[in-house]
Design a protein around this ligand. Sequence first.
Ligand SMILES: O=C[C@H](O)COP(=O)(O)O
Length: 295
Amino acid sequence: MSRQPLRALGLSTGKKARLHRILHTFGLANGTALFLPYDQGLEHGPRDFFANPAAGDPRYIAKLAVEGGFNGIAVQIGLAEKFYWDFAGEVPLILKLNGKTEIPPDGSALSPLNASVEEAVRLGADAVGYTLYVGTPAQTEDFAQYQVVRRDAERWGMPLIVWAYPRGSAIADKGGKNSFYAVDYAARTASELGADMVKVNFPNPAKRTGVPAPYDGDYSTQDAIGAVVRSANRSMLLVSGGEKAGDEAMLEKARQSMEAGATGFIFGRNVWQRERVESLRFVAHLREILAKYPV
Ligand SMILES: O=C[C@H](O)COP(=O)(O)O
């Protein structure tokens, strides 16, 4: 069960204090989490803002994070430097330390570092984020880069959230990046490598060719997300939103995730690729779900 009191997670003092601030003084302040990720402008490009052009303005998103009662906003260094100060202290900052464009092919992806844990401290961040691509040809280099971040995070008492993303042709041949096998393996990898929180896509247990046993068996989505939470063990599990989908489908995934023991959600496009009032209405539904699972 990943959703446990902070005291049960073996955290250092600085990490525990920052996580307590994030989880127990912001959002619902009940130990669950709702984060707003806003690095899509780098990862996917401005195409993500066409559905709601207002969302291309970082001030609009930061205001939404405050008004929506989020536990944190995750941005890259440039936006943290130039925009976060307007809202500093009003919503926790998660400084995303690495990131890349979608222009180079996905298969051999390594997400380079663009900022440091020390800069996160200077900016008043309460956590840092690192994208770890599990299964690519660049995995060895990625692990080495990650290890430095993990040590810095430990030294500065900074919680480390790992975006654990299966990627590359080897993963494509084994059921794809959202398969139960791939997501479960990514959650376990992040946990083994010292993540305090791990962010994964919701696993899809549909039968696929090339998936190693026992992942080729029959599993419900509830079985699959339950296994992923167990694989994350003492790393708190956050479920990612992904591309904009129907509200009912998203809310059902959210319910199943919390029922399985997840700590919360990190939903971006599903929140802000719509008009502000609609965003806040959707957020209210997410908060209703989170309210049922206090830690
Ligand atoms: O880093 C990318 C974002 O976390 C993606 O968030 P999203 O899929 O909910 O838009």
